[in-house]
Design a protein around this ligand. Structure first.
Ligand code: DGJ
Length: 553
């Protein structure tokens, strides 16, 4: 039995003024009046629930990320048809430091302008990925004048004094230069994106360092010998030196603090220009590698160091998992670890093979504000075997199906998930039944069944449903009121019944298929007879059901 997320008890709406009065607006001078007509995107959190507010209302990011080198006009053009096939409303696209500041101090945002123009023409929102000091830990996306100047922009040192292939978080000149470029980027957005086509910014990409838990330079060693910073000490109730406070994890905790502080300085400077939501993404390590300081990207926002990041980087709105691990129990663990009252869940990268698509549902059920499979463009590159070998109809369709269900009522789902209890599940690797209790009702998801009939019937034997052996299937549920549920899913049978101890005679009273339209439920038809006699069976059609339960006397 898994636990649903609790609901909000009160409805709150923060005045839009707060974000309009962001520093960016006040500083923007001539562009202020243009921008004043558009509310800045922001993240709101209440009672453990979160909402990404875009154009003044909750928004669910049905996203997709393009390949790494698609940050040029020609490859970008190949992405839009894929995004349309997918039903995505948002595209995540890198903007590289090397591309905007090839010559020091001289900035070129022509690609960004192309991206803004094309996204608007294709009716998509954008999440910008700032590839700067760190990209999958390496400095490969820094300009040549950074890469080639190890004195001014020092690499980390290993314990035996060698250069490591990652820039040091203690490089003051590196931070100043990265920050300056990022500020230019945000200034460009402030001045050229008054309608907020860009709704969020990822600051750096998969920070940290592999096989070198911290910088062992003289500068870093001197800092390492000091007591841990007060903010961190207070948050974690620890004290003393890094070694005293963190023991075997000291090097990693130290690097995490300094990488987090570095990224925070960049994000804060950018937000002072235009206060868009900003987040960081984690190169996850299998649960068994955490917390091995040599086995993880030390310094990155992995699941076990989120609190250090929270203390070091208050300008970062959320830390997010990049999920490429297909083991279903691990995926669920990552989702649970990043979905916190102080950390909105967003999945900025998910492998794009068919079997990852089902994890959209448990992410949704955990109140995620967005989700994006990786590598969704038609440039001819595939990160197989991590992701799909090609973007076949089956691959894209696996994500397009849940996207279509939510897409039909995206704003309403985001509003409901901000206010009401939600739950979601995916078919686990062992095909085990998943269930939860929501109020007086038990909700059960079973997998691999035909829509008609029961598996254990003797009189009507059948072959196995083709999806019975496949890693597909998921469900998301929102509890609209004590006895009313919104149910969506694919390749799943969902059964609702009275929970133990809630009295006899609990039944499904009515099942309506329909959708929300600007906050109002619009019924298309009532499901009954075969459609409800054997549970609610979702297979390959994007359907949204409103289910009313009740007790007869
Ligand atoms: C995670 C990174 O964040 C992406 O940019 C990409 O390199 C994938 N790994 C692998 O395709």
């Amino acid at each position: 039995m898994n636990t649903p997320r609790p609901g909000r008890t009160m409805r709150h709406r923060r005045a839009a003024m707060a974000s309009l009065l962001s520093a960016g607006l006040l500083l923007s001078g001539g562009t202020a009046s243009a921008q004043a007509s558009h509310e800045l995107p922001r993240i709101e959190s209440r009672n453990g629930h979160h909402a990404l507010i875009v154009d003044g209302a909750p928004f669910f990011m049905l996203g997709a990320q393009v390949n790494n080198s698609s940050n040029y006009p020609a490859p970008l053009a190949t992405a839009w048809p894929v995004l349309d096939r997918l039903g995505a409303n948002t595209v995540e696209v890198p903007v590289a430091w090397e591309q905007v500041e090839a010559r020091e101090g001289s900035f070129d945002f022509s690609f960004l302008q192309t991206l803004l123009d094309q996204a608007r023409a294709h009716d998509k929102r954008v999440v910008l990925l700032w590839f700067g000091t760190w990209k999958n830990t390496s400095f490969s996306y820094t300009p040549d004048w950074v890469k080639l100047d190890n004195r001014r922009f020092p690499r980390m040192k290993t314990k035996d004094g060698k250069d490591h292939g990652v820039l040091s978080a203690h490089g003051a000149a590196t931070l100043a230069a990265d920050k300056r470029a990022f500020v230019q980027l945000m200034t460009y957005l402030r001045d050229h994106d008054p309608q907020n086509t860009v709704i969020m910014v990822q600051v750096e990409n998969e920070t940290g360092s592999y096989k070198n838990p911290r910088d062992f330079s003289a500068t870093a060693d001197a800092l390492f010998a000091k007591p841990i910073p007060t903010v961190l000490a207070q948050r974690l109730h620890k004290s003393g030196t890094w070694s005293a406070a963190f023991g075997a994890q000291a090097d990693r905790a130290f690097n995490t603090w300094y990488v987090g502080s570095y990224v925070n300085a960049i994000a804060a400077a950018g937000k002072a220009i235009k206060a868009l939501p900003m987040y960081v993404n984690a190169s996850l390590s299998g649960p068994s590698n955490v917390p091995d300081p040599y086995g993880v990207a030390s310094g990155g926002p992995q699941q076990d160091v989120l609190d250090i990041w929270k203390a070091a980087a208050p300008a970062i709105d959320l830390q997010a998992p990049d999920i490429y691990d297909k083991t279903s129990a691990n995926v669920i663990k990552y989702l649970d670890q990043y979905a916190r009252a102080d950390n909105p869940l967003m999945v900025p990268e998910m492998g794009n093979t068919r079997d990852f698509a089902r994890f959209f549902w448990p992410a949704l059920g955990r109140g995620a504000i967005g989700f994006a499979p990786f590598g969704m463009d038609d440039t001819g590159y595939a990160n197989y075997p991590l992701g799909a070998a090609d973007l076949s109809a089956t691959t894209v369709g696996a994500f397009a199906l849940p996207y279509a269900a939510v897409g039909s009522m995206m704003r309403d789902w985001a509003r409901i998930a901000y206010e009401k209890p939600t739950w979601g599940a995916a078919k686990p690797d062992d095909g085990a039944v998943q269930s939860t209790r929501m109020g007086d009702w038990t909700i059960t998801a079973t997998w691999g069944e035909w829509q008609f009939g029961m598996k254990d019937w003797e009189w009507l034997k059948s072959d196995q449903a083709p999806w019975g052996k496949e890693p597909v299937g998921g469900v998301a549920v929102a509890q609209l009121s004590a006895n009313e549920f919104l149910v969506m899913g694919d390749h799943v049978r969902v059964s609702l019944a009275g929970a133990p101890g809630t009295g006899p005679n609990g039944i499904v009273v009515r099942v309506e298929e329909g959708t929300f339209d600007n906050g109002k439920w619009r019924m298309r038809r009532v499901w009954n007879g075969d459609q409800t006699d054997y549970g609610l069976n979702f297979v390959s059609h994007p359907q949204v059901l409103k289910v009313t339960m009740g007790h007869y006397r």
